[in-house]
Ligand binder design. Sequence first.
Ligand code: NI
Length: 135
Amino acid sequence: MKTTVMRVERFNAAHRLYRKDWTDEKNQQIFGLCANPNYHGHNYKLTVKVTGETDAETGYVIDLGWLSSVVNKEVLEKFDHQNLNLDTKEFSNLNPTAENIARVIYDLLRIHLDKKLELQILLAETDRNIVQYPA
Ligand code: NI
């Protein structure tokens, strides 16, 4: 039987949702307040879920202290207190929706994890808007 362990982290970042190839009117229509030209911030809550067999020797699925250090280096140091559109290479040409942020975070972390472990990212942009990747 497998077990899922989770590490919760938080970061604050600014963004704007828009497509350069759309008019301002269409961006406003599709993305609403998140298309405001002067950006706005969110307090993101990131839950990193790792699923696997519990190691017989350590009793761990994964060392959560180690996982936290990887999340800090790969995610928080890149995105915390940044403007995602202007300050990060990951979103210089990618709309920073919660869906896209979750997928980028997955890719940044996946390469560090043993292939036997499953990874899932939960990203809450507000306490009501939450995405999960992969579904
Ligand atoms: Ni927003």
